[in-house]
Design a binder for this molecule. Structure first.
Ligand code: NAD
Length: 501
């Protein structure tokens, strides 16, 4: 192996150490194909070491005062802010998205770190006074132990920050397995977390692919697993880790529909739709990748296409770039083959983004905005998550028909309606069977005062990331029923009933 290529370390027991594995994978800049670093596929012994270190650290971390935990995340959020530009540059180099969007990726994670700094109020239990004579009942939310997180390539800052800050703030210790495609910004965030004061062993990092993920699912000393990634892998992780007795939450693939009514503000709607369909080259789990134009709104399709044509496609580092490359040559080939299938299956290709010219970046994995109309369920471009800059347009004659289309799709991550009618928006909100709804907001990812609440085939497990739900995910509720005897109760005698007396 060339000595000058950076080798990404593991983090075990507070030390950045090199893996002893023989299996390494290149981290490649998707705009240039430059190899930025190599990532190890760590060994089972290294996973064991990480889990052992987290298990040891849990013994003290679980009892660390809540103020100490909170102040650590106050410090961490400050460090992330101070290093925002460097983090975004790393992220763009390995992931491809534009620099402003990379800052957005870090920022949406930073909001969770800020939320973790409020852990004192988030992890409060409840108390009911005098549930029986002289008896109080109270609940406490106790950490689980060693938890693990498995993350995807598309948000290498935000999604790791969905996981370890809230897990650690609630008193758990953590083993993180970042995406093997772009772990560099994740590692920089981990360095900053240590700088903020996360003690030895409380946060550990292992790298790898399917074998490492399976090792995490099976490990007897890991209590809970958070996964974000594709539906195929997430379903596997959910089943395998649940079978091993773990608590599991899996956020998975999507097909997010934007429903456009003819009474919508046309200019705002088309701008929002283009941004949400093609931003980050469509590689967002909440991208508006399917649009349902209702009634007369169908006449707007040529204007939508005209707007999409104005987007600038280039490397994420170039000023003014609207979208960068997709993550890998494999992803590009897969998206192009889905575009071909759309043509073959009879959808109307309104805008063909294949093989765009991107001066200076001839080797990049670029696909420009692509739009299909006359799309129907049953076509591969509709039935599959494309995860690229491809918008598929369906038509409906009424809001009811549009809602029926969305509800018939198995996915439930996000959806949006564009309308100026409060009544239509309210009907949509009531009748749509999707866990996150935008009203004139194209990517309704909730801020961490709330939880991420994807639904149906986009999610397995009851509790979502961040917000109130994740506090429950990362804790065990213990309910204590307590009586302190005083002399007056001594004559009560033996109670052989279930009633509290
Ligand atoms: P992916 O499923 O390929 O990879 C996710 C993780 O699983 C990675 O850490 C990877 O190493 C591991 N993995 C890959 N193949 C595996 C296998 N066969 N067995 C065990 N583990 C394996 O996902 P990706 O391509 O990195 O990310 C894109 C996907 O993530 C899209 O489907 C997107 O919708 C989804 N996503 C969902 C959300 C959400 O909140 N619902 C958010 C972001 C991304």
């Amino acid at each position: 192996m060339a000595a000058d290529v950076v080798r990404i370390p593991l983090l075990i027991n507070g030390e950045f150490v090199q893996s002893q594995t023989q299996e390494w994978r290149d981290i490649v800049n998707p705009a240039t194909q430059q190899v930025l670093a190599k990532v190890p596929f760590a060994t089972p012994a290294e996973l064991d070491a990480a889990v052992t270190s987290a298990g040891e650290a849990f013994k003290t971390w679980r009892k660390t005062p809540v103020g100490v935990r909170a102040r650590l995340f106050l410090k961490y959020q400050q460090l992330i802010r101070e290093n925002m530009k460097e983090l975004a540059a790393l992220l763009t180099a390995e992931q491809g998205k534009t620099l402003p969007d990379a800052e957005g990726d870090v920022f949406r994670g930073l909001e969770v770190v800020e939320h973790a700094a409020n852990i004192g109020t988030l992890q409060l239990g409840e108390l009911a006074n005098n549930v029986a004579t002289g008896v109080d009942t109270y609940s406490i939310l106790q950490p689980l132990g060693v938890c693990a997180g498995i993350t995807p390539f598309n948000f290498p800052a935000m999604i790791p920050l969905w996981m370890f800050p809230m897990a650690i703030a609630t008193g758990n210790t953590f083993v993180l397995k970042p995406s093997e495609q772009d772990p560099m910004v994740t590692m920089r965030l981990v360095e900053l977390a240590l700088e903020a004061g996360i003690p030895r062993g409380v946060l550990n990092v292992v790298h790898g692919g399917p074998d490492m993920v399976n090792g995490i699912c099976d490990h007897p000393d890991i209590k809970a697993v958070s996964f974000v990634g594709s539906t195929r892998v997430g379903t596997h992780v959910y089943n395998r880790a649940s079978l091993a007795g773990k608590r599991v939450q899996c956020m998975m693939g999507a097909k997010n529909h934007a429903v456009v009514l003819a009474d919508a503000n046309k200019e705002q709607t088309l701008n929002n739709l283009v941004g949400a369909a093609f931003g980050a080259a469509g590689q967002r789990c909440m991208a508006a990748c399917a649009a349902v134009f209702v009634g007369a709104a169908q006449e707007w399709i040529p204007d939508l296409v005209a707007k999409a044509k104005t987007l600038k496609i280039s490397a994420g580092v170039e000023a003014g770039a609207d979208l960068g490359p997709v993550i890998s040559r494999g992803a590009k080939a897969r998206i192009e083959s889905l575009i071909e299938s759309g043509v073959r299956e009879g959808a109307r290709l309104e805008l063909d983004g294949r093989n765009p010219e991107v001066p200076g970046y001839e080797d990049g994995n670029f696909i420009a905005p692509t739009i299909f109309s006359a799309v129907k369920p049953g076509m591969q471009i509709y039935d599959q998550e494309i995860f690229g800059p491809v918008l598929v347009i369906l038509s409906a004659e009424s809001l009811d028909e549009a809602i029926a289309i969305v509800n018939a799709n198995p996915n439930g991550n996000g959806t949006a309606v564009f309308t100026q009618s409060g009544a239509a928006a309210r009907k949509f909100q009531e009748d749509i069977d999707v866990g996150q709804v935008g009203i004139n907001v194209p990517i309704p990812v909730p801020v961490p005062l709330f939880s991420f609440t994807g639904s149906r085939a986009s999610k397995l497990g009851d509790l979502g990331p961040y917000g109130k739900q994740v506090v429950l995910f990362y804790t065990q509720t213990k309910t204590v029923t307590a009586r302190w005897f005083d002399d007056d109760t001594l004559h009560a005698g033996v109670n052989t009933t279930i009633s509290l007396k």
